[in-house]
Structures are given as C-alpha cells and as structure tokens.
Design a protein around this ligand. Structure first.
Ligand code: ZN
Length: 243
C-alpha cells in the first residue's frame, strides 16, 4: 500500500480538479454506481492515512493503493483501469486501486486524530492506545492504522532502525520515554518522506527499507515477509529486542 506521504503528494498534484465538475466516468470494477459522480463538483481532496478521499456533495469516494496500483493525471497508462474520472479540464486515472463509496459525513467515519500527518494528529492518544496493547510487537503496532494511520512498512522500518528498536520488541517492554520518542519520530519521518518524494530523493534517504546491508555494521539486514511484519527490514545486531 502507498503510505501517507505518497497520498498527500497525489492530493497536491490533483488539487486543480477541486471545484471542477465530473463530465464522464469510466471503469466497471467499482462496487458502486459510477454514474452518481456525473456532473458533481469535486469539493475537496483529503486523505485518511493510506486512503485518498474524493469529496463530492453528499458522498465521498475512498481509494486505496495496493503495491501494484498506480495513478495518472492527464495521461493514459497501459494498465488495468479501475476508475477514470474526467473533469471539465483534465482527467485522473486510477489503476489496480480499490474504491468504496461513503455516504456518511467523513468526520463520522474517520478519527483524524489517528492520522499521523493530519493537523488533528494526537500523539498522546496514540501513546494511550499503545499502553493498551503491551503484548503486541512494536513492528505490528506501528503499522496498525487505528493508531498510526498512514504508516506502512517503509516508515515503520526507518523509524525502528533510527531508534534502534527491534521490531519484535513487545510494546509493554519498551521504556516509556522510548515509546514517546518513537511516536515523535514517526511524525518527523513521515513529513521528511514527503519532502524526499517532492524532490525525488526518497530512495537515497532510506537507511534499511529495501536495502541489503545495515549502514551501521555492514552486516546483512534481516528481511521478513510473514503476516505480522510483511516486507520488513531490520538489523538483528543494532536494534535492541525489548521482551
Ligand atoms: Zn546493524
């Protein structure tokens, strides 16, 4: 799944569609009636973690981006189309995405205090939620969208490596000050990641995610692909296991 910085970047690239009406819709893979969008003005582009929210009067379309998903603005890609929305001036195409239509006001559906890059983000609330799951591994907790909405494997790998915490550490065994540091670092790296995406330097800044060797001791990094820590990289020597 694309992480929050990538979704925020998408919002920035598509913001000129705000205020424009939908003139045509393509794509028959959605589970809602796409004709509902016709002639509706796009009121806002928002995010909730890894979800892109297209806000129209009376409903919202939520899109998520699995690893093979893609989007294009005013250009057609040769990929399986999920949804294409044509506006008065331009089009946006979503490929291999997943979408749902939300009827309720989004404030009733999402708690934006859990969204790491939102101005309503509440780090104290995240801390309280962590205290309630002492037996969970921190690697799993960091990817929990109810606590850290928007964080995926890249951000969690980098946060844990920078703070030298082993991903299998138990939340309840990590010193409390370290947990608070981890919450702050998660926000910091998420915004740094957005800057790196903007200048195209993201891959140069990652220390462990998708890398072969630990930059600290040059030993091979551990790679895991099981359910709990899917597609995760860490150093078994440098990162401390709190159990
Ligand atoms: Zn190391």
């Amino acid at each position: 799944m694309l992480e929050a910085p990538s979704i925020i970047l998408l919002c920035q690239q598509a913001k000129h569609f705000i205020g424009q009406k939908v003139t045509a819709i393509e794509g028959d893979e959605t589970d809602f009636e796409t004709s509902r969008l016709w002639n509706c003005p796009l009121l806002a582009l928002r995010t909730f973690g890894k979800e892109l929210l297209l806000c129209f009067p009376n409903f919202t379309i939520s899109l998520t981006f699995p690893p093979s998903a893609a989007f294009a603005i005013n250009a057609v890609e040769n990929l399986p189309l999920h949804l294409a929305i044509r506006f008065e001036k331009g089009s946006i195409f979503f490929y291999r995405t997943q979408s749902t239509l939300i009827e309720q006001p989004i404030e009733e559906v999402y708690d934006f205090r859990a969204e790491v890059m939102n101005e309503l983000w509440d780090g104290d609330l995240a801390y309280e939620k962590l205290l309630q799951i002492p037996q969970h591994s921190i690697g799993k907790a960091l990817r929990c969208q109810n606590i850290f909405s928007g964080v995926g494997n890249k951000i969690s790998d980098e946060v844990l490596y920078r703070l030298k915490i082993h991903p299998h550490s138990l939340v309840g065994s990590i010193p409390k000050a370290k947990l608070k540091e981890l919450i702050d670092e998660t926000v910091k790296i998420s915004f740094e990641m957005l800057d790196w995406l903007l200048d195209g330097s993201a891959e140069n800044h990652l220390l462990v995610h998708n890398k072969q060797l630990c930059p600290g001791d040059l030993r091979p990094l551990k790679y895991e692909e099981d359910d709990e820590l899917e597609n995760s990289y860490y150093c078994e020597q440098c990162q401390i296991l709190f159990r």
